[in-house]
Design a protein around this ligand. Sequence first.
Ligand SMILES: C[S@@+](CC[C@H](N)C(=O)[O-])C[C@H]1O[C@@H](n2cnc3c(N)ncnc32)[C@H](O)[C@@H]1O
Length: 213
Amino acid sequence: MESFKEISDRCGCDKSIGHNYHEIYPQFLEPLRNRFFNLLEIGIGAGNSYSLWANYFPFAKIYGLDISVKRIDPRGEIFEGDQSNLEDLKLLISNVGRCKVVIDDGSHVADHQIGTFEYLFEFLLDSGGIYIIEDIETSYWRADAKIYGYETGHLNIIDYFTRYNHDVNSHIHGRHNKLGIKSVTYYENCIIITKRQETENIAKPYYWNMQLP
Ligand SMILES: C[S@@+](CC[C@H](N)C(=O)[O-])C[C@H]1O[C@@H](n2cnc3c(N)ncnc32)[C@H](O)[C@@H]1O
């Protein structure tokens, strides 16, 4: 079976050419390869990653959201919309329903990435799902540096995400884990966040000498 990197290279996708996402994604995505599920990618561009997903996941439905691309495809649909616009995200959810995998390769602006995550992780991502935010290197750009016409460097997404670090241990300390976060993985240029299964007990503190975070 072709590997993630082989397919990505063949599709001319920057996930393996330029970024090193092929070093980490298979750890999360390989178990889903022959499963039936919905995948959403924000940011479609010329469609290279759309081809990667369609080949890597032969049974998945592949959805997209892009501010300047709109297309119906035999394997799914690309909706036109702005990830920083809540109404567009609501419309997306009403069209797509739930997704097992979400990849944000859209505007690369930290406050868009955060706002999109806060909404879609809670309302679109399935329990047990995987949410990937790409190109977080823009958080280290100068404040006035621009991408897709937006200024980038006003907020560092890694600093923002530290608020979720203690959520991964909410089964120990019992503090509220509103989004149901199971893990947060920081890797080169990306953050991967997984969601607990609904059946997982997330609030059962059992250490008598526990300190709340
Ligand atoms: C890096 S490209 C995506 C590349 C594609 N995922 C691939 O790997 O082949 C980023 C895309 O995000 C789109 N985009 C930029 N700002 C956006 C926004 N606010 N909402 C949705 N899409 C946006 C752009 O139109 C562009 O097509």
